[in-house]
Design a protein around this ligand. Structure first.
Ligand SMILES: [Fe+2]
Length: 368
């Protein structure tokens, strides 16, 4: 059918941000849906039947017809069939252009304000990647930039901020780091944990080093385990950005690029790194590098006070031996494309690829 209405990801984000009523229907196969989805969407595994043009493929759909429906699949083609079917049965429907592939870059923000500083959490909602801008007295530092640099740039411009530093908690395996590109735009050197893997100039960050932003300091704390170089950043002694070391309901995986013996060693290191973090003031707020769930458009930062985390995460109560055994037993499949992403992040050259193709897969960084 010609003339089916379509919607792009930016417009859908605007709708969700504004709280507009919309039913999002995800028609992908169940195994794809289990990997990731749009927050609040309804799933019907109709993929096979839609491909066959079965007119009953969406028989079970029973939405309020006064609310628009957005149909979604992996790339935006099968969902077009779904949109046409629903349109024919009286729904106002829109097909999501580019499907989940395009949605991979969808993002929203949430913020947390303190007396001397503010933290903006930038969330890639589909993949759950979290990046941060720390702001104090009109100066800023961006940590773990995972969105196109324009997103951070626009924010800096709007608020008339000076970017002092860009930094990563570690060399990422699940998304392309935009830390180098953002630094280059501002004529500064990107900061990475001290390592011998990056093929371009960077400022090596070591344990105990601090960064000045406006009236506050950001302290680097070496927290090896997820990878050997992982750094966490303690902001003005009040918030700690833990990267993939510690999540609000789990811990980082220690197995990437490691054999079994090495994984066990890294799990032990992770245990001690987490103990180091847990030994800090219990009121400190943890803001992690990922969310295991798609991030809602709710403006609520993903965070947890240290004292809450211990209560909510059974793994954190285990002894060293139990912790290592638990991790070894629960290691999920490695994230797709991770070797390629690490390689790209190490060279810092993304000119020969389409980031969306490489990154449009779910995160599998946590063990809980
Ligand atoms: Fe990671």
């Amino acid at each position: 059918m010609m003339g089916q209405r379509e919607i792009d990801t930016n417009t859908l984000i605007e709708w969700l941000d504004a709280g507009k009523k919309v039913n999002i229907l995800d028609v992908r196969p169940t195994r794809e849906r289990e990997e990731w989805g749009i927050p609040g969407s309804v799933h019907i595994d109709a993929y096979g039947e839609l491909k066959k043009n079965n007119p009953d493929a969406l028989k079970s759909v029973n939405f309020d017809k006064s609310i628009p429906v957005v149909t979604v699949c992996a790339g935006g083609k099968t969902s077009l069939i779904a949109a046409e079917m629903l349109q024919a049965s009286g729904y106002e429907t829109y097909n999501l252009q580019g499907g989940m592939k395009s949605w991979s870059l969808a993002w929203n923000t949430a913020s947390l304000a303190f007396e001397d500083f503010e933290i903006i959490q930038f969330r890639r909602t589909g993949k759950g990647c979290l990046s941060y801008m720390v702001i104090s007295d009109q100066e800023a530092m961006v940590i773990d930039a995972s969105l196109p640099v324009e997103v951070y740039q626009e924010f800096l411009d709007q608020r008339e901020l000076t970017l002092n530093y860009t930094a990563d908690t570690h060399i990422h395996a699940d998304h392309l780091s935009r830390t180098k590109e953002l630094a280059e735009r501002h004529g500064i050197k990107p900061s990475f944990p001290s390592n011998d893997k990056l093929g371009y100039p960077f400022h090596p960050v070591a344990d105990g080093q601090d960064f000045s932003i406006g009236s506050i300091k950001v302290l680097a704390i070496h927290t090896p385990g997820h990878i050997l170089e992982s750094i966490s950043y303690l902001i003005d002694g009040k918030v700690i950005l833990t990267g993939d070391t510690l999540f609000t309901n789990g811990v980082g995986r220690p197995d990437l690029k490691a054999d079994k013996e090495e994984t066990a060693k890294k799990a032990t290191l992770l245990f001690h790194s987490i103990q180091k973090i847990l030994g800090l003031d219990q009121s400190i707020i943890v803001m992690p590098g990922h969310s295991s769930q798609p991030v809602a458009f709710d403006n609520k930062p993903i965070q947890s006070a240290l004292k809450e985390m211990v209560k909510n995460t059974p793994l954190l109560k285990e002894s060293e031996q139990e912790f290592v055994q638990s991790l070894l037993k629960r290691i999920p499949n490695p994230p797709e494309n991770y070797m390629k992403i690490v390689e790209k992040n190490s060279t810092g050259d993304f000119t020969d690829l389409n980031p969306i193709d490489l990154e449009a897969v779910a995160n599998r960084c946590a063990i809980s």
